[in-house]
Design a protein around this ligand. Structure first.
Ligand code: UDP
Length: 412
């Protein structure tokens, strides 16, 4: 079976037919995606699936990665933080180095990029590539995956001249966009329903994982999967859990996150979490390795309710993941969580631990609502936040750039 057949089983034949129609005017067109890492992080995860799927649809799709040394990535990490609003000045020396490394990469990449019909440059790391490819033929698009709504001005002032040269840019949410002198498109992120993190699992496997972590499958369970980061409010989750146990003493909580050994703030937050948990045997604080995708999948499936009580959030893929598993989500009223969690439909938006506790109580008292919201949550993700929708929007953008100045394009 082809990859498209697998997706058809999940999203239906119509969605795949539509992708195939959109791909018609793009047959044989070359598309190159450029980012700065092959593994790790959401961009790499999306490209891993998007690039082969584009190929299957008849586009000549490629993925190039820029390389750099430690000071380069130190600089781009600082840029990332600065675009997200942290006032981090970057030295002139590092900025010069950033341009030099981009020049080195351009020497290597130019032959792949000059003739490409479409070039998607992802995030700030490779942003100068367009200015370094003077004989370019195709359409160049800057794809920003981060929240650039309130950037630290000096860093934005440095990057903006590189970015405004693009023909278009893409942001994940309307509120993330910066004013730029070209068309800006909003394309939200997606999850891959066939990945280890999101594929369907046998109930036996779910039960086995619950058993492994000494979680009682016969008692109610709420789960939050998140890095140990203050913006994810794990301490607030424990407070909400403690309040909810007054009405449901048999409630269990899982807080699952990655190892914090290389992240001093993560270690600090983890310590705060442990202090708040105070050795409660029904609070399971799990440190999982970065590739524990199936384990996370099983924990989300084992939950009655998924929590994502963030106080600030980009999109919140963990919300999408929980919803895809048919779970109602109680999420912080912020960022991309608001796009996904609809009150009394797919879950509840909350602002405080008290609010979260109240909603946990509401749902546990009404198992039919858990099932109803969970079903609606899965359908909302199916319609809006799967990889196939993401690809459809990329291809729509490509068709419109290709035929923007021409007559109407009719899709049958
Ligand atoms: N994740 C993971 N292991 C962890 C914590 C998170 O694999 O210990 C995954 C999680 O399943 C999701 C992603 O990392 O796919 C986090 O994305 P999200 O948008 O929720 O938050 P971010 O960490 O990007 O702020």
């Amino acid at each position: 079976m082809s990859i498209l057949d697998h997706y058809a089983q999940i999203v239906g034949d119509d969605v795949i037919d539509q992708l195939q129609q959109l791909a018609q005017p793009l047959q044989g067109k070359s598309v190159v995606h450029v980012n700065s890492t092959k593994i790790g992080g959401g961009v790499a995860e999306i490209l891993t699936k998007l690039v082969p799927l584009m190929r299957e649809l008849g586009l000549e799709s490629h993925w190039q990665v820029i390389t750099g040394d430690e000071p380069f990535f130190q600089c781009t990490k600082a840029m990332h933080n600065a675009l997200q609003g942290n006032p981090v000045p970057i030295s002139q020396e590092l900025l010069t180095h950033y341009e030099e490394i981009n020049r080195d990469n351009a020497e290597r990449l130019r032959s792949h990029l000059t003739d490409a019909d479409f070039v998607f440059i992802h995030d700030p790391q490779p942003a100068p590539q367009l200015s370094l490819c003077p004989n370019r033929q195709g359409h160049w698009i800057w794809r920003c995956h981060i929240d650039a709504s309130h950037p630290y001005r000096p860093v934005w002032k440095f990057l903006r001249p590189f970015i405004e040269l693009y023909e278009a840019s893409i942001f994940s949410l309307p509120t993330f966009a910066q004013a730029l002198p070209h068309p800006e498109y909003i394309i939200s992120p997606s999850i891959d329903p066939l990945s280890e993190k999101n594929c369907s699992l046998d109930n036996d496997e779910v039960q086995q994982v619950l058993q492994e972590f000494h979680i009682d499958p016969d008692r109610p369970l709420v789960v939050q999967v998140s890095r140990f980061d203050r913006f994810k409010d794990p301490v607030g989750v424990i407070r909400a859990y403690k309040m909810a146990t007054k009405f449901h003493p048999d409630l269990q909580l899982v807080l699952a996150g990655g190892s914090a050994t290389d992240d001093p703030e993560g270690a600090l937050v983890l310590q705060e979490v442990k202090t708040e948990a105070n050795h409660d045997p029904d609070i399971h604080i799990l440190m999982l390795p970065p590739d524990a995708h199936r384990t996370i999948n099983a924990l989300q499936r084992g939950a009655d309710i998924v929590l994502q009580k963030s106080t600030r959030e980009g999109f919140g893929l963990t919300v999408t993941e929980g919803m895809w598993k048919g779970k109602p989500v109680i999420g912080g009223d912020t960022g991309g969580i608001r796009l996904q969690v609809v009150n009394y439909h797919t879950g509840f938006l909350v602002n405080t631990p008290e609010g979260a506790a109240l909603r946990i109580r509401y749902l546990l008292n009404q198992p039919d609502k858990i099932a109803e919201f969970g079903h609606q949550a899965r359908e909302l993700v199916r319609e809006n936040f799967l990889l196939t929708r993401h690809l459809r929007e990329y291809m729509t953008l490509m068709v419109s750039l290709l035929y923007g100045g021409g007559d109407r394009l009719e899709l049958s």
